[in-house]
Design a protein around this ligand. Structure first.
Ligand code: AMP
Length: 184
């Protein structure tokens, strides 16, 4: 059974919700860089203070902050036997870093799952969510950043490993079913 999973997809695609379910089913940690950063902002840690303005603008936080964070997190004891990455990698540089890090750890991503949802559906979903960075201009910026920086990550994995694309514009239970049959 696949235990090291990477979830790709635009903001609002349902990665977090689905990752939570699969994480429980497979008993592996759900590692969301967005959740880690939001907790750091609330706790006003040095990381949180540096990340906050980027997040509020809908920009990516600089790689230098994220790469240390992910390296530390994958070293935790609960990550030895598997994980779900949600919100990382977000650009090709992060994907290349992860590839090297996993090689050092003698690990491999088993499956890269790409949740696809059309932009107009994402905007209405995100507007309904009411998170602090979910106002209309930030949402539009996050989608631009997604197309510019994160879509190339799909090609990165298409060339290297098993990338599976799932239709995320379906009821959540159906998306979970599709994901479960894709993770073999
Ligand atoms: P998310 O919850 O994944 O939508 O992330 C919320 C915000 O956190 C993003 O808009 C970025 O500002 C920041 N963020 C989360 N993950 C990353 C990442 N891997 N690289 C850079 N910034 C990130």
């Amino acid at each position: 059974m696949a235990k090291r999973l990477i979830f790709l997809g635009p903001p609002g695609a349902g990665k977090g919700t689905q990752a939570e379910i699969i994480s429980e089913n497979h008993q592996i940690p759900h590692i969301s860089t967005g959740d880690i950063l939001r907790a750091a902002v609330v706790q006003q840690t040095p990381l949180g203070k540096q990340a906050k303005d980027y997040m509020n603008r809908g920009e990516l936080v600089p790689d230098v902050l994220i790469l240390n964070l992910i390296q530390d997190r994958l070293g935790y004891e609960d990550a030895v036997n598997g994980w779900i990455l949600d919100g990382f990698p977000r650009n090709v540089n992060q994907a290349a870093f992860l590839e090297e890090l996993l090689a050092k750890l003698e690990q491999n991503a088993d499956c890269v799952l790409n949740l696809e949802v059309p932009d107009e559906v994402l905007v209405s979903r995100l507007l309904a969510r009411k998170r602090k960075d979910d106002n209309e201009s930030t949402i539009r910026r996050r989608l631009e950043v997604y197309h510019q920086d994160t879509v190339p990550v799909i090609d990165f994995y298409q060339q290297r490993s098993t990338l599976k694309t799932i239709d995320g514009d379906r009821p959540p239970e159906e998306v979970t079913e599709q994901l479960c049959s894709a993770i073999v």
